[in-house]
Design a protein around this ligand. Structure first.
Ligand SMILES: [Zn+2]
Length: 200
């Protein structure tokens, strides 16, 4: 993903089934059809221990209710949490750990043959996890956010903030309930990627 200067392109108030959010688009060009999205509650103080969810796009899980992963459940949980506690959800357009929807479905085919999610991505010529979080930092910077409570189970996402000027004061776990379909996927997340998962 190339490094771009993100600008707020548009913003509006949006009532949702979770409550009232502001929704905004961030990208470098008005021509961009896939801008990052920020959903946030009205803030009195952006800098104080703000709940933040950085959610990477997963069309199959977020929109279609796929049971192969837990993304949809995490997204819904985050929106509810942010509505209750205030905060911001940043929706990064990096489908399928950054390999895109076409390759994600190819990786799913390999997973159906018995390879795990990390092996499948590598067999397709990608890194195990190609996600980048620099754009999320730029969006948090735009709002002048300094201290965050990060909703995540992912140690890499926490490590990413180590040398950044934004401080993670707390990790908020975001565990879903495993199902038969996503059990082995979640097991790989826990055993291979070191995610903090306690319900497996
Ligand atoms: Zn997913």
């Amino acid at each position: 993903m190339k490094d771009k200067i993100l600008k707020l392109q548009s913003k509006v108030n949006m009532e949702t089934i979770y409550g009232n959010f502001n929704i905004a688009t961030f990208t470098d060009s008005t021509e961009d059809l896939m801008p990052h999205i920020a959903l946030f509650t009205d803030q009195h103080n952006w800098s104080e221990n703000l709940p933040v969810r950085i959610h990477s796009e997963c069309m199959t899980g977020d929109l279609f209710g796929s049971k192969r992963c837990e993304c949809g459940e995490q997204l819904q949980h985050s929106l509810k949490f942010i509505q209750e506690h205030s905060g911001i959800l940043i929706y990064l357009r990096q489908e399928g750990r950054g390999i895109g929807i076409i390759n994600k479905l190819k990786a799913y085919c390999l997973q159906d043959e018995g390879y795990n999610t990390a092996e499948a991505n590598k067999m397709l010529g990608f890194e195990e996890d190609q996600r980048q979080y620099n754009d999320a930092i730029k969006i948090l910077d735009y709002f002048n956010v300094k201290n965050i409570r990060l909703l995540t189970n992912n140690p890499d996402k926490l490590d990413f903030f180590n040398d950044k000027k934004i401080n993670v004061v707390e990790r908020i776990p975001i565990e879903s309930h495993p199902n038969e379909t996503n059990y082995s996927y979640l097991k790989t997340k826990k055993d291979h990627f070191g995610h903090f998962l306690t319900k497996l």
